[in-house]
Design a protein. Structure first.
Lengths: 607, 383
């Protein structure tokens, strides 16, 4: 860790000059082995001390803290003190100050620890006692047992830190209401079986709406034809990476935005391949409405819909992730000569499934052709169809989420840049609002940060629930400590406390091997994906009336509803469904199949 | 493992002289030694002697220590076993009753004495002496941003390296960040792989991922090896086996070991047999729940009815500090064997064993359905 800090000091000047470039330099300085030796669990206590020292002192003037703020009761990061809302004068000056004063502060703390009464550092009186007791026990155990005892200290410290954050007074809201005159924002996800033509359909739509100019499109067409994939030209609008283009498969969410007459649309193009469902879940967790694309070509619809196809799984995932508005785009109808019979056949099969099994109330259907571009923007002239075009349907989506008054929650879906003092992330604001100079915390790593910049797709500086935003944060960041699935919160009583154990009410999907105690699965919640295991099967419930059927079932077979207790390897940031809907929805997957979905009933915090 | 001498009486009292040769053997030894056993091994101790004039001189002396084990600590990564206990044989240097720690490592001879060698012990001892055991298999499971480099030996799955990196997602107009991130990730995994896997020794290398990550990684690995002057030979390349897994988490290894492609290649390692047995159990649980039970009280009850066809037990139960607990399970195993039932003792160092351990560590497949058993309460500890 000390080496780490030295590196940072050496680079300090560079960092101040150009925050964006230093990341690479910084990486080069490092021992290459460090990358795989790094273990997130074993952040040293030293690091935590350093982190909070700087976190506590950086925004406000450092060195001997003014007596007014040192009183034992409100000794928490100034992020929460009302006096600290004033922004730092310039980022440059604070970072210099912080680096110079960090050691001094630590000394200071040693002498004045009784005043602070913060049981964090190993020199402190109380933890030392604990440690001694531990050591006595360890004496009887083994020499290598000494390491865990220091980890115990760390968790103690972490817990205190979390308590302080939770105890902090609420920061008064500045602008609780978003501007109303704007067009409604819709996060729209496009899903469907692989090769149903999702990317092509959306690419063509974007082209027709002139979001993509003809020149770029011509370039794509030309390049696609040259590499022998002429039919993929429109998909290239959204499939941007080389690998995706080369293989002709969308692998990660493609994101773009456009406007219709009445709506502002953020379009998420999901991958259809079975292997990339995890990415699809991440995208869906941010969506309000969905387009399910099915391939009308003879035989293709059937492969996508029958067992093994993703049409069903995607539809079920949409529903369990809280998407209720659905349009089914029956694509590639040009390959079957716009046959009415085929359209009706698909419509009937799907509506039965979507309404009965998946539980969508009124799915709408629209015949389209993504490649030739019929019925995308302009209505199609068909003898058997005189309904709206795809764009008109998109325009009719309702913003499902009324601007929330809840506490700030931003699920980080992508970490774009990390350097030691700056972090660029993107994510969706699930509730609350955020603007420049806000003081926030990143859970579960409990990292304090200040918002340096934030912008949504509309380039507005004040971002509200529902916005997909790009955030630049300032603070002290450990590389790899902030990952997709972290959540940005504010201090105060309604902050989010990370935990490892949760009580979950879930519905078990079609599975071959039942869920038993100890089953290991992957847990998906907002943008998070972590391994977890079912530690207790509490009771099964009757789906229709919620009655408890059986206490302590031995296993959960397909189709059952139950309440279970799950445990993850590390602390994660999810919370009860009643507190925040978006952070309370969970999906379980195992061996490439979705085995269940549900909601978090209760967060079980450690004693 | 090498055995130099074995003298075990009818009543189970006796000793063996052993020497571990590899990591695998250390695991067996760890499972053999229990609190109360007597270990005799040579160690080095620093002896400080004082002359009549008061000057001191210290020497390092080889000496034989005999201790009665009180605590056992196993470090699978370092292949070391630390045994602590009271000295029970006095010699020139060490007093009777003094606490000492003996470290057992590969290639160090030691004597293990027990007052009671039970059938499980003897079985494990014989197993560890069997030289015909299959060699190691290396496995890399990965997805974008996460990789586990593991070594699978018959009794253990050792995670040699875990690489966890954030890779920026693709974003409109900034795709090169994503590609750069991936590149760095593959580089790190390749470096870890070359460092931890000896391609001369391993029998087979499994690379498993979803999508195209495995292919990209394999290509990168070849390029990396080439650039570092360790170009993969054709023979080494033939050891690689690219297969599908749903994620890069360690528990995905279980599904990798299940795929027929891998199964054929690994023939019949213990890990594979365990996965098969556990899967059978899970299948029955969904199709014929009255024939699959877990938890000691249920299983023991089924055993009394002579109903057990296959018994699955986690070896962690036999390492129990409580002698009664161990005896309870030994008795169960012996009685199932008497009835011609099959017994699988799962290694808790494997992914399947980890799962079984979560499932109370004890499960059984029955010969005939016992629906009444379901109504019986499980004992408290099993809840």
């Amino acid at each position: 860790m000390s080496r780490h800090r030295n590196v940072r000091n050496i680079n300090l000047d560079d960092e101040m000059d150009d925050d964006y470039d230093d990341y690479d330099d910084y990486e080069d300085e490092e021992d290459p082995d460090r990358q795989y030796r790094y273990d997130r669990n074993s952040l040293s206590a030293n690091y935590y001390t350093y982190l909070t020292d700087s976190g506590r002192n950086s925004p406000t003037p450092p060195a001997p803290p003014p007596p007014s703020t040192v009183s034992a009761s409100n000794y928490h990061p100034p992020v929460s003190t009302p006096t600290a809302t004033a922004p730092p004068s310039t980022p440059v000056s604070t970072s210099i100050v912080r680096n110079m004063t960090a050691p001094l502060l630590q000394q200071n703390q040693k002498t004045s620890k009784n005043v602070n009464s913060r049981p964090s550092t190993p020199q402190m009186a109380t933890p030392k006692k604990v440690q001694q007791v531990k050591n006595l026990q360890a004496e009887a155990a083994a020499p290598s047992m000494s390491r865990p005892s220091s980890e115990v200290d760390l968790t103690d410290f972490r817990r205190n830190q979390l308590q302080n954050i939770a105890k902090a007074p609420v920061v008064p809201r500045k602008a609780p209401k978003p501007p109303v005159d704007e067009k409604d924002l819709i996060n729209l996800i496009v899903v469907g079986h692989v090769d149903a033509g999702k990317s092509t359909l959306m690419g063509h739509l974007l082209h027709d709406l002139e979001v993509i100019d003809t020149r770029t499109m011509d370039k794509f067409k030309h390049e696609a034809a040259r590499s022998g994939k002429a039919s993929f030209a429109y998909a290239w609008v959204l499939d941007e990476t080389e690998e995706e283009r080369e293989r002709g498969v969308t692998m990660d969410i493609g994101r773009t935005s456009f406007e219709t007459t009445n709506r502002r649309i953020v379009l998420l193009d999901a991958p259809g391949h079975k292997d990339f469902i995890s990415n699809m879940i991440t995208g869906t967790s941010q969506a309000d409405a969905a387009i399910l694309v099915v391939n009308a070509t003879t035989g293709e619809f059937e492969t996508g819909f029958e067992n093994g196809g993703q049409t069903k799984e995607h539809a079920l995932l949409l529903r369990s992730l809280g998407v209720t508005q659905l349009v089914v785009a029956v694509n590639k109808l040009d390959t079957v000569d716009w046959s009415f019979d085929r359209y009706e056949e698909i419509r009937n099969t799907l509506s039965v499934f979507l309404t009965r099994q998946a539980g969508f109330s009124k799915p709408k259907f629209v015949p389209v052709s993504g490649f030739t571009g019929e019925n995308l923007v302009k209505r199609i002239d068909l003898s058997w169809y005189d309904g709206p075009s795809l764009l008109e349907l998109i325009d009719s989506f309702v913003a499902s989420q009324p601007p929330s008054d809840g506490p700030l929650r931003i699920g980080i879906s992508d970490v774009l840049k990390v350097s030691s003092n700056q972090l660029v992330v993107s994510g969706k604001v699930e509730s609350g609002e955020i603007e420049k100079d806000d003081k926030v915390y990143i859970m579960p790593s409990v990292t304090a940060a200040t918002v340096k910049e934030c912008a949504n797709s509309n380039n507005s500086k004040l971002c509200f629930a529902g916005d997909y935003i790009l955030l630049t944060l300032q603070g002290t960041f450990e590389p790899e400590s902030i990952q997709t699935g972290s959540v940005i919160v504010r201090s105060g009583p309604d902050t989010l406390l990370p935990a490892r154990k949760f009580e979950v009410r879930l519905v078990v999907f079609e599975i071959t091997t039942p869920i038993i105690k100890g089953t290991k699965t992957e847990l998906y919640a907002h943008s998070l994906c972590v391994p977890c295991s079912f530690v207790k099967l509490l009771y099964t419930i009757n789906k229709s009336n919620g009655e408890v059927l059986k206490q302590r079932p031995r296993f959960l077979a397909k189709g059952t509803s139950a309440v279970v207790e799950i445990e993850t390897d590390h602390d994660i940031a999810i919370e009860a469904f009643t507190t925040c809907r978006a952070l309370g929805r969970v999906t379980f997957r195992s061996a490439g199949n979705t085995i269940g979905a549900g909601i978090v009933e209760k967060v079980i915090l450690p004693e | 493992m090498k055995q130099f001498k074995r003298l075990i009486e009818r009543d189970g009292n006796g000793f063996v002289v052993l020497m571990a040769e590899e990591a695998e053997d250390m695991w067996h030894i760890y499972n053999l030694i229990r609190v109360g056993d007597v270990i005799k091994a040579s160690t080095i101790r620093k002896v400080v002697s004082e002359t009549s004039t008061g000057t001191t001189s210290s020497q390092r002396v080889h000496t034989m220590l005999t201790i009665s084990v009180e605590t056992i600590d196993f470090d699978p990564g370092a292949q070391e076993l630390h045994l602590k206990g009271r000295n029970i044989e006095e010699n020139d240097i060490v007093k009777l009753g003094a606490y000492h720690t003996i470290d057992i490592e590969p290639n160090r001879k030691f004597t293990l004495q027990k007052t009671e060698w039970d059938s499980i012990d003897i079985e494990r001892l014989n197993l560890s002496l069997d030289p015909a055991q299959a060699a190691d298999v290396a496995a890399v499971v990965l997805h974008e941003g996460l990789a586990n480099v593991c070594l699978i030996t018959p009794a253990m799955t050792l995670t040699r390296a875990k690489i966890d990196m954030t890779i920026p997602r693709k974003r409109k107009g900034f795709t090169n960040q994503h590609e750069k991130g991936l590149e760095k990730f593959y580089e790190a995994v390749s470096a870890a792989f070359m460092r931890h896997v000896n391609l001369q020794v391993v029998k087979c290398v499994i690379v498993a991922s979803r999508g195209f990550v495995k292919d990209a990684f394999y290509q990168h690995l070849q390029a990396y090896a080439d650039a570092n002057g360790k170009k993969l030979t054709t023979e080494q390349k033939s050891k690689f086996l690219l297969t599908h897994s749903s994620s890069g988490f360690k528990h995905a290894l279980k599904e990798v070991l299940e795929t027929p492609q891998v199964a054929a290649r690994l023939a019949d390692t213990k890990a594979q047999g365990e996965v098969k047995a556990l899967n059978h159990f899970l299948e029955l649980l969904s199709t014929e729940p009255d024939r699959a039970f877990y938890g000691y009280s249920h299983v023991n009850h089924a055993n009394q009815e002579l109903a057990i066809e296959t018994l699955l037990v986690a070896d962690s139960l036999f390492r129990a500090q409580n002698i009664e607990t161990r005896r309870k399970y030994v008795k169960l195993v012996e009685s199932v064997r008497e009835q011609n039932g099959k017994v699988h003792i799962f290694s808790s160092m494997h992914v399947s064993g980890e799962q079984l351990a979560q499932l109370t560590g004890c499960a059984a497949i029955l010969r005939f359905p016992m629906p009444d058993l379901d109504d019986e309460p499980m004992s408290d500890e099993e809840k």
